[in-house]
Design a protein around this ligand. Structure first.
Ligand code: HEM
Length: 472
């Protein structure tokens, strides 16, 4: 191509880009169905407003969630947070959005170009999500979790031994690493039959928690450039390492999960089940395989009679596995270290919890079962309060009602509009929780009337059809 033609091409591209940008801004400000909703004009005009707040405005990444709180103070309970999205802050409306019907879930990183995610928590379409969740419910039922108790006890004992070793050697114990190691070993052993052995490491494998911190602090960036998440497998290693400095953990996770899935497919093929059972939903093959080894979530997904074949591919199984490690491994570890922190920072509650535990566990070497622990009122109150005050999901969760208008007072929200709300804000509402930023377990002990009233505004595991599958 000659130089003149090249520059004409560049100039035309720039002119097109500029005109398209101006058209978008004018459309979004003056003709868009959400144009009447309150909020800053910049947020209505461009997604760069959120990117700026999240990524560049500092002092930390992911600041936009808190910026939205400020916008609510200025513009009221419903705002246009981005060109096509609204946000509501009103505890009374939480159930309308989260549990008022089976809605589609909206995740900007997952929806660009369709419902591209294989993870249950990022699945947009409500029917597809229902099938995916259905395939896992038996695995996470109360009964299955009770059966898991001996395996959990074995790991708690490993954790205690590790903590004692730390104390004898007078080493500082990083609680998040220690509890993270416990939950990661429990989840990976339970879900994939492949424990990562974090508890056997004298420092509780801190690289895993570093990796999760990386992933979460990068999530605002990834929300705006979701293709990076979807193409992460194909990205050059140098770019992956730049985005996630502790990416080795992702690669380890990928290898262990892949080899497990390959082994299951191989085993099933040997047993005469084509494609590991991909065709089961059509009824072509009977995949009630009697596996010699313990069942994993992969077995349940492959054996599901409602999931279509495309939901049983190796890619999808790997995605679901990543989802489990992130959803279960991180949250529970952080929740346990939060609880440990609050009990030590409020020693009067630590003493009360110990007294309760002494009653059901006079011999500390003989651990009580979960059904006994669940009945301890003070312990339960401390756990609930810790989950409230340390709400783990700071991200605002967004849903779409695809077919009908949603109504927030006089505001009619067009079908398909993503509307988000925050569990964190719900748990810190001054009208509902006195001293919301203080650890006050007594609020859960003040007689059933008060507790029932508070339950309505308490949702650490979210609510409705998208609520946490691992809350048991
Ligand atoms: C204290 C611990 C936990 C907390 C506070 C928690 C909280 C939550 C919340 C708030 C959601 C909704 C997120 C969203 O809509 O994007 C969620 C979803 C989910 N959680 Fe948990 N979680 C915990 C532990 C676990 C465990 C142990 C597992 C299992 C391995 C798990 C698996 C999941 C899954 C699969 C979803 C997606 C459910 C769906 O989309 O229907 N979580 N969790």
């Amino acid at each position: 191509m000659n130089i003149g033609l090249f520059w004409i091409f560049v100039l035309l591209s720039l002119a097109y880009w500029l005109c398209h940008g101006i058209y978008l801004i004018v459309y979004r400000l003056y003709f868009h169905p959400l144009r009447h909703f309150p909020g800053p004009k910049l947020a209505a005009a461009t997604y760069w407003y959120e990117i700026w707040q999240d990524w560049f405005a500092g002092p930390y990444h992911g600041r936009n969630s808190w910026n939205i709180e400020k916008l609510h103070e200025q513009y009221g309970p419903i705002i246009r947070r981005a060109p096509d999205e609204l946000d509501v802050t009103d505890p009374e409306w939480f159930d309308v959005l989260f549990a008022g019907g089976r809605r589609d879930k909206y995740n900007r990183e997952a929806v660009e170009g369709g419902d591209a995610s294989g993870l249950i928590q990022l699945t947009r379409d409500r029917t597809r999500h229902k099938h995916r969740k259905g395939a896992l419910t038996r695995f996470f039922s109360k009964r299955s979790v009770v059966q898991l108790e001996p395996s959990i006890i074995e790991k708690v004992e490993l954790l205690s031994a590790g903590i004692e070793k730390c104390m004898t050697e007078r080493r500082v114990l990083h609680a998040t690493d220690a509890f993270g190691a416990l939950t990661l070993d429990v989840i990976t052993d339970y879900c994939f039959g492949e424990r990562y052995g974090c508890l056997s490491d004298p420092n509780f494998s801190p690289e895993w928690q570093a990796f999760f911190r990386d992933m979460f602090s990068n999530s605002p960036f990834l929300r705006s450039w979701g293709w990076i998440v979807r193409k992460r497998e194909n990205l050059p290693k140098w770019l992956l390492r730049y985005i996630f400095p502790d990416v080795e953990q992702l690669l380890i996770m990928k290898d262990t999960v892949r080899s497990k899935i390959d082994a299951i497919f191989e085993e099933r093929e040997k047993a005469g089940v084509k494609d590991g059972g991909l065709t089961s939903s059509t009824g072509d093959v009977d995949v009630e395989c009697v596996e010699k080894e313990r069942r994993t979530i992969f077995h349940d997904i492959l054996d599901s009679r409602v999931l279509p074949p495309e939901d049983k591919t190796k890619w999808r199984l790997t995605e679901e596995a990543y989802g489990m490690v992130f959803a279960g491994g991180v949250t529970t570890g952080v929740a346990l270290s939060n609880l440990a922190y609050h009990l030590h920072a409020n020693r009067e509650w630590l003493i009360k919890v110990r007294e309760e535990l002494d009653q059901i566990m006079p011999d500390p070497n003989k651990l009580a079962g979960s059904s006994e622990i669940e009945r301890l009122p003070v312990f339960k109150a401390c756990l609930k309060e810790s989950l409230r005050i340390g709400s783990l999901f700071t991200e605002r969760l967004a849903f779409q009602e695809p077919d009908e208008y949603l109504y927030y007072h006089d505001w009619a929200i067009p079908p398909g509009t993503p509307v988000s709300m925050s569990i964190c804000t719900l748990h810190a509402d001054k009208e509902i929780w006195y001293e919301p930023n203080e650890f006050r377990p007594e609020r859960w002990l003040q007689g059933s009337g008060t507790t029932i009233h508070l339950e309505k505004y308490y949702a650490p595991f979210s609510r409705g059809s998208r609520a946490c599958i691992g809350s048991k």
